[in-house]
Design a protein around this ligand. Sequence first.
Ligand code: NAD
Length: 499
Amino acid sequence: MTTIETTPDTSLESVNPATGEVIATHPIADEQAVRAAVATARAAATTWGALTYDERRHHLLRWASYLINNADEFTALIHRENGKPLDDAYLELMLAVEHVSWAAKNAKKYLSPKRVSPGALMSNFSARLEQRPLGVIGVIGPWNYPVYTPNGSIAYALAAGNTVVFKPSEYSTTIGNYLADAFAKANPELPAGVFATINGFGATGAALVKADIDKIAFTGSTATAKRIMAAAAENLTPVLLEGGGKDAVIVAADADVKAAADAVAWGATSNSGQTCAGVERVYVDRSVRDEFVAEVKRILTDVKPGSGDKAAYGPMTMPKQVDIVRRHIESALSNGGTAVLGGPESVKGPFIEPVVLVDVDENSEAVQEETFGPTITIRTVDSVDEAVDLANNSRYGLSSAVYSKRNGLDIARRLRVGATSVNSVLAFAAIPGLPFGGVGDSGIGRIHGEPGLREFTRPHSIAVQRFAIPGMALLSYARTDSTMKLLRKITPLLHGRHK
Ligand code: NAD
């Protein structure tokens, strides 16, 4: 098993989670270095924020092209530092670039100044709503999708005119730095600090939260999200928090059972199950339960993790997660559950083979807590109502999926989550126009789509008086009794006629 080694307080070693090989050593940014990076980003914000949307679009698209044109080098690094197979690394990069492109091309449409109706009483005004960049955004990322996930904040913050200081996870530092270096290489004429990284562990992230930033965009565990929100409160720094999940899939009686099993098998185990919006729980109708469980088992029997390029999925990236996964499997089995595939013996060092658990007690850790491993719990239900109640009985509410030929949309609407795929899993994450984020312990705010752009702006309302209406000086001591008399006649006509 691999561990992240540190030279006390000054550097961190990045290791290949499959082999333990040291990939790189990165100096750790202390408070002073974090403040310096934020100051450079603040200076760069003057230039970057003053560009037009079309100019920023050009720089962002050049960055996207650089990443895709160097995909072989970048995905090899993702494979080495994160452990995921090369094809999965490419898929992640491709989706991240889709988002860069969408944010670059849509910021102008959604964030350009808009005219707002001034209303009858203020008809001598023109009203404008303008979105301004916030300034410097601090981004703190996780390691499981080390490009796609933080990019949901980085690309959208940049497209909205902010500069970004990014602290990648200590488990994906080299990948994070590649992303920022690529931006600088693709755009050599831009000042330093439009998009820069600071490296380190939680303490470096905590220093970023306390630094002179205008918003903190965090993706990671719910426990850290809570710590960050508490620390950000000190300066009233706004937060965007993308936390964990315990996503459920509902398989209704009229589901395409084979398609549901195929999607659940992949959604639960791909990326070693280390997917915030991955499948963790399934509620399947009794009438199709046996067929569904047999099909999931059949598919996953042949799915094996490994370190090779063509493995179905890689090792657990973070060593301490291995113990959590083992504990959840054991908790499921000691709480009435049965393993129809695998069991505690499936945990083989950093590699964990698929584990399918049925009839686990809903109150057990395995059903209530995020497992973040290639395991799944399947529970039989007697109705859609029961499935919806159980799916919603979670402190998390990130995303979900529904398999039903006739009622997918209706069932989806009843789920207390930020996103749902109908007759698919995780599809929403690949559609850049759809916002992504959760409710409850899954977080606050949205990345992606129009809401994801707005997260990194502040609305600026401007009312311009075009001419004065004689005798209608409402906002003045020159207001007369006859003005008030007129208002008392007009207002009931405007607002007092609703029966
Ligand atoms: P983590 O919370 O341990 O770490 C995330 C980041 O926070 C790291 O960069 C870490 O160095 C930093 N950090 C730790 N303590 C900090 C502190 N006190 N102040 C500031 N920063 C601090 O999470 P992780 O293990 O890297 O990521 C896995 C978690 O992320 C899972 O729970 C997963 O569900 C979640 N996740 C959520 C999404 C989403 O979009 N909702 C996406 C991917 C992952």
